[in-house]
Design a binder for this molecule. Sequence first.
Ligand code: HEC
Ligand code: HEC
Length: 284
Amino acid sequence: MTARIIKRAAALGVIAAMGAGAALADYDDDELVIDGVKIATKVPAPPGHPLPEIVSGWRFRSDETQALEADDFENPAMVAVDYGQSLWDAVDGEAGKSCASCHGDVEESMKGVRAGYPKWNEKAGRPFTLENQINACRTENMKAEPWKWESREMLAMTALVGKQARGYPMKIQKDGPMAEWIEKGKELYYTRFGQLDLACSNCHEDNYGKMIRADHLSQGHINGFPTYRFKWQGLGSLHRRFKGCMENIRAEPFKRGSDEFVALEAYLAVRGEGLGIETPAVRN
Ligand code: HEC
Ligand code: HEC
């Protein structure tokens, strides 16, 4: 083992040693208001929910990081949102269309949309993430090349579309064909992976509020993606974050867009139901 792995394992030992007792409710009471819109960062958990209350990762961040997200002029992700707007208006592909040709003003047509994803797509016979839907529009409606999951274009467009749902409570379809995907995501969430033999729940359910090395563990919600991270020096997708968490426990990560990550995303949308969309969020 390299020194780095030993160090990491030792850090994990620290949180493991604290045991699976009651998690510390160690997050602050600040309220998030962006541009006059109040965003729900803490909502009551419905009966039977594994968490006592549902709390956004924003509440676990330092005041400085929180302030960056709360002010669009300071939020470093806004450059990408502006780029997304230029892509929205740009004609691309053999059909000679832009997103705007069909959808018009993004602020009108995409209002609240992000909060309902992943969403069942009848034609594809599977849930669509926002990335899947955007690429379906590109390939089928525009006759253009699909964008890569983590490309600058896809991040900019998901940030732009996501922002139009800011403040809308996450709420996806749970019944019908979505049910088994959500169930599969739940199963994955509680499965131990990797050399460190940890499940998502071991950190984000059993130990949120605690420090893991220099990082303050949150409940691991998905309401801010794509998210700007200092560590990434830019925006990253939700599936990149999933991958990072799996790599940290020395597991072979699933691929972006894989059935496993789509299922996890669907489960986490349900797990965090009611939290306001923060896209594009800012995290460390
Ligand atoms: C030729 C017309 C056309 C173009 C061009 C087009 N779309 Fe669409 N889009 C549609 C239609 C029709 C739907 C709804 C039905 C479907 O295809 O699922 C849709 C649905 C969507 C949705 C889902 C909305 C919801 O309520 O769930 C998103 C997001 C979206 N488009 C984004 C885009 C983006 C981003 C672009 C440009 C990259 C784009 N579309 C280009 C026709 C278009
Ligand atoms: C070893 C502990 C650990 C495990 C196991 C772990 N994570 Fe994380 N995760 C972190 C840390 C640390 C962060 C960054 C601080 C925070 O928001 O919790 C994080 C952040 C996240 C975030 C971003 C939260 C936000 O508000 O931006 C999501 C989503 C997430 N994790 C999902 C998962 C999923 C899904 C799994 C299982 C595949 C998982 N994590 C496993 C430690 C872990």
